[in-house]
Design a protein around this ligand. Structure first.
Ligand code: MN
Length: 163
């Protein structure tokens, strides 16, 4: 009887420990690293703060009417304020990140989230300060004008986001 109770107690404690570990991992979105392949190129420092990588996966917009790029952000990396005259769709594939439109609170993004960015809407996206982040970026209406880049998201803004 005593042995049984000890076994059950051990099982419960183990289960609680695993649950708490999972909850912690999910709540802060921390990852050791998202794999950066040799096919990825560093993001343009004129348009990004911090370290990130880009690989264009679909570029034949004449055929498909959309471009697809895989973007990986190291913790703290984010792009500058910008707008896409043709719009953009983001599909989050890993980690935890931010998306913010001008004048609005930031949105925290997790794997599986999809963001529809309407043409001309000023915004930025990137990792949180302590998590890697990865998304697919779909460039819609590729016949529209190129992305218009604006000022960086300052550390003062980035580290004091209204969530
Ligand atoms: Mn964008």
């Amino acid at each position: 009887m005593k042995k049984e109770i000890i076994t059950i107690t051990f099982a419960v404690v183990t289960a609680l420990a695993i649950n708490s570990l999972n909850a912690q991992d999910m709540s802060n979105g921390k990852l050791d690293k998202i794999e950066v392949t040799e096919d990825m190129q560093p993001v343009n420092p004129d348009w990004f703060t911090g370290t990130g990588w880009l690989e264009m996966l679909v570029t034949d917009t004449d055929t498909f009417g959309v471009s697809v790029g895989n973007v990986i952000f190291k913790p703290g990396c984010r792009n500058h304020w910008h707008k896409h005259p043709g719009g953009q769709l983001l599909i989050v594939t890993d980690g935890m990140g931010y998306y913010q439109e001008r004048g609005k609170p930031v949105q925290v993004l997790h794997k599986g989230d999809v963001v529809a960015i309407y043409p001309g809407v000023e915004h930025w996206h990137g990792a949180t300060p302590d998590s890697w982040f990865a998304h697919m970026a779909l460039g819609t209406n590729p016949e529209a004008a190129p992305t218009e880049w604006m000022e960086p998201v300052s550390d003062d803004v980035y580290f004091n986001l209204d969530k």
